[in-house]
Design a protein around this ligand. Structure first.
Ligand code: PLP
Length: 392
């Protein structure tokens, strides 16, 4: 009799910038709101009051995690909606009281901001795009120049989701504040990885998303500083200070509150731990894969993101090959209608090289040293195989 031992494959999830697993504490806190605590916060009876209390407690906790006041937090259906309300809603509110002013954002914003800004142009606004350097950094002189054009709002993300570059947000916000220009920052990727507090940074608006920090998908929040007026994009009942009407998603708000609290409490420790793991992976890939470039390597980066471009490797083949080896990562380009469009972020950085595969590894709460060891073995092996296939 022959006995075969088949080693169980270890699957490694290195795509936390795309989404994260819901944390057990979050799931547990949410469960009753799918069950007996199902009330509508607008109802006057006990079920309604119970739901309203839970919602307001959740708001208080998200506010505390961001250094905000309870009334400054509006729950949204995720980071995309928060960005849209911030950019388009603020721009419309300012234009309502005068003529259409320009809107300004960086070239490497998430599509949620870029598309909302483009909508402003369809409504008569001029769009000023701030370029970035080869490391993905917005220059403060560019901000000063943009301010001279008197935009209604400037939006610059706290940290980039593809390459991880961190922007000098406190400085940019202070310049906008001094000039009386509204400032929004998309902190969807920064929150939980960096210290993100609105009492440190004079921004008017800030977006966060629950599913990037172990919370539920389709839930986020927009911080709107007291006194800042924003037009609603949708219309209905008066919920969420009329900025985001509709029956509130109480379960998800409760879950987000727990996730946000944990993310803020663990941020400092997690940032150190993840940077250590990320640097180990980076060093190993640099040493073992010829013609590999680490994008934004010289910039201040999020501790959990490693973005590399690999010469002579097909991106789709690489990602599929990695998946077959048990490693989940993501590419930096979107395949639309069969054509691979280069990443707008790398394009803005001047880092698109035809024939390169670009891969983002993003670490998170559940990432272990063992996961990194698996990736350190798998990535060079898959790249070698793909290059050999191309050469054959
Ligand atoms: N902004 C950034 C920087 C992101 O990375 C994402 C999601 O990847 C979003 C906004 C959109 O957030 P959501 O998925 O919650 O709509």
């Amino acid at each position: 009799m022959r006995i075969c031992y088949i080693a169980a494959m270890k699957y490694v999830y290195l795509d936390h910038a795309a989404t994260t697993a819901v944390r057990p504490e979050v799931r547990e806190a949410m469960a009753p709101y799918f069950d007996d605590r199902f009330g509508n916060p607008s109802s006057v009876h006990r079920w309604g009051r119970q739901a309203k209390n839970a919602l307001e407690q959740a708001r208080e906790r998200v506010a505390a995690a961001l250094g905000a006041k309870r009334r400054e937090i509006v729950f949204t259906g995720g980071g995309t909606e928060a960005d849209n309300i911030a950019v388009l809603g603020r721009w419309r509110a300012l234009c309502d009281s005068g003529s259409a002013s320009p809107i300004c954002c960086s070239a490497i914003e998430h599509k949620a901001v870029l598309s909302a800004a483009k909508q402003c142009t369809r409504e008569g606004g001029e769009l000023i795009i701030l370029g970035v350097d080869e490391l993905g950094r917005v220059q403060t002189v560019a901000i000063d120049e943009a301010i001279r054009a008197r935009p209604a709002i400037i939006s610059v993300m706290w940290a980039n989701n593809e390459v991880g570059t961190i922007q000098p947000i406190a400085d940019i916000a202070a310049r906008c504040q001094a000039a009386g220009v509204s400032f929004h920052t998309d902190a969807v990727q920064a929150f939980g990885k960096l210290r993100v507090r609105v009492d440190d940074v004079p921004c008017d608006l800030l977006s966060v998303s629950a599913h990037k920090v172990g919370g539920p998908k389709g839930t986020g929040a927009l911080f709107i500083r007291g006194g800042v007026d924003v037009s609603a994009l949708t219309h209905g009942g008066g919920q969420e200070r009329e900025v985001r009407p509709g029956t509130e998603n109480v379960a998800c708000a409760v879950g987000f509150a727990i996730a946000a609290e944990l993310a803020a409490a663990e941020q400092e420790h997690e940032a150190k731990r993840l940077a250590g793991l990320r640097d180990r992976l980076q060093q190993s890939l640099v040493e073992n894969i010829p013609d590999l470039t680490v994008n934004a390597a010289g910039a201040e980066r999020l501790p959990n993101i490693l973005n590399v471009s690999i010469g002579g490797a097909d991106q789709e083949a690489l990602l599929i090959g990695l998946d077959l080896e048990g490693v989940a990562a993501s590419g930096a380009s979107a395949c639309q209608s069969g054509a691979v469009t280069p990443s707008h972020v790398l394009a803005a950085m001047g880092r698109v090289r035809p024939g390169d595969a670009t891969v983002r590894f993003s670490l998170g709460h559940t990432t272990t040293a063992e996961d990194i060891a698996v990736a350190m073995q798998a990535v060079p092996a898959v790249v070698r195989r793909i290059r050999a296939e191309v050469a054959a």
